[in-house]
Design a protein around this ligand. Structure first.
Ligand SMILES: C[S@@+](CC[C@H](N)C(=O)[O-])C[C@H]1O[C@@H](n2cnc3c(N)ncnc32)[C@H](O)[C@@H]1O
Length: 440
């Protein structure tokens, strides 16, 4: 990178960090990989960085007056000091690119020196085990508290760590279109250490370091391969879409699963894909063009007050309800969601899910299948939703490669299961497959 490009890069990064700190997060504009990497990392570890920063600033307040520069520079400095062990000489080169004045540089040098005196044992004194875990591993306390009834503290820690590490050095998963021969594809990319999924056909895991190369291939650019989490692929795979079935994808956008429903039914299922959000919904059409499926209708509307006419109630053989949720299982790719977790956000989602489930039941034929899923760890968005409607369904046992659901009242649900980052190398994900009783 030449100097002016570097200078633009670091300035853009600091502006974006500052925007995030000021609550104006604009992730969709991130195209520069260097900027994206640092921004995501700093957001991922926000509470830990803030803790170190506050302790350090407090220790400086008697001997240095803080000159005016944005907090973002201090957040960046803490990150590169602790996570990358970058020394002052190296970071000074970047500071010079920012045209700081002498007073600011002096202050920064002092601050950077002080970071080396930071001591975890002293800093965490008086904090209980949960608080220490939250700060040291950057896990939201709300997340810890919600999961403690169903998971050990150690499992919470391991799953969180796995999500954080997965973003840097894990695997990503692709699903390849039916027209591509798997052996040929594997042969073409044999130097990439591809791992074929043991269960789900046409699904391959690839080390993350090759992602930038994969997305420049014509396979990706022409939508012949899709990057998708294995748990998401599994939910459609379990629904088992068949030719001529009438299938509703009730929260469909941006259509990753709609596309898979079409593919798995050899483009012969009759699909209605509905979503509330037009900007996301309109992305489905170009994606579906690649499947050569013409058997689908996009419906822009509210699933709770569906524009699908009442006379068409009890119309569908299968409904996929991949419900809106807190995203607490997706911190790997959405670290910004870590710091949005709270009771109000959870309640909003729980109420919406409950009503959408009710609507889905009404639209399902007797004997029809409801596949309900959320990318969340919370039992409130999984087991505790399903328990409310269980008497209207027969449950079908899920395959043993899916982990059992959490135990509620000492037993897990036969028709429900979970994916965990630690076990399946996926997002945290809940799945339930339920068959509507004929008497309903
Ligand atoms: C988890 S995402 C769905 C992802 C999608 N199934 C896929 O695999 O690409 C949840 C979706 O629900 C939609 N949604 C939220 N509330 C809705 C409502 N009341 N009616 C219909 N869609 C809604 C959101 O716009 C969002 O696109």
């Amino acid at each position: 990178m030449n100097t002016s490009k570097k200078s633009q890069g670091i300035q853009l990064l600091l502006d974006l960090i500052q925007n995030y700190l000021d609550d104006n997060y604009v992730k969709q504009y991130l195209e520069d990989n260097y900027v994206k990497h640092y921004l995501m990392e700093i957001i991922r570890y926000k509470n830990k960085i803030k803790f170190i920063l506050n302790k350090t600033l407090r220790s400086m307040k008697y001997d240095m007056k803080q000159p005016l520069f944005q907090d973002s520079l201090l957040f960046y400095a803490v990150y590169v000091f602790f996570w990358e062990k970058k020394n002052l000489k190296k970071i000074k080169k970047e500071l010079l690119l920012l045209s700081l004045n002498r007073e600011q540089i002096q202050y920064f040098q002092r601050f950077y020196d002080r970071l080396s005196y930071f001591n975890w044992e002293i800093a965490l004194k008086g904090k209980n085990e949960k608080e220490q875990l939250s700060i040291q591993k950057a896990i939201p306390t709300f997340f810890i508290n919600k999961l403690l009834p169903v998971m050990s503290l150690d499992d919470i820690k391991l799953n969180s760590e796995k999500m954080d590490n997965q973003a840097r050095k894990g695997y990503f998963t692709i699903r390849i279109n039916s027209e591509i021969d798997l052996d040929e594809f594997e042969n073409k990319f044999k130097y990439f250490n591809l791992v074929r999924d043991e269960i789900i056909p046409k699904t391959i895991h690839i080390p993350l370091k090759h992602k930038s190369k994969i997305i420049t291939t014509h396979f990706y650019q022409e939508n012949k391969i899709i990057i998708q989490d294995k748990a998401s692929i599994a939910s459609v795979f379990l629904m088992d879409p068949q030719p001529n079935e009438k299938i509703c994808d009730l929260c469909a956008a941006p259509g990753m699963k709609t596309r898979l429903i079409a593919q798995l039914s050899n483009n012969k299922a009759k699909i209605v894909a509905l979503d509330f959000n037009w900007d996301r919904l309109k992305k489905i059409r170009p994606m579906m063009q690649k499947t050569s499926s013409k058997n689908y209708h996009l419906v822009h509307g509210d699933g709770l007050n569906s524009p699908i006419r009442e006379t068409k109630n009890a119309f569908f053989d299968k409904i996929l309800l991949d419900a809106p949720c807190t995203g607490s299982g997706t911190f790997s790719t959405h670290p910004e969601l870590k710091w949005r977790q709270n009771q109000k956000f959870l309640n909003q989602n729980v109420f919406l899910q409950r009503d959408l489930i009710e609507k889905a039941i009404n639209m399902l034929k007797p004997g029809g299948i409801l596949l309900y899923s959320t990318c969340s760890f919370y039992p409130e968005e999984g087991e505790l939703q399903i328990i409310k409607v269980l008497d209207r369904f027969e449950v079908e046992k899920l395959p043993s490669w899916i982990s059992p659901s959490y135990k509620i009242n000492n037993s897990s649900f036969r028709g429900a299961g979970r994916f965990f980052p630690t076990i399946h190398k996926t997002n945290g994900f809940f799945i339930a497959k339920l068959k509507k009783k004929n008497s309903n």
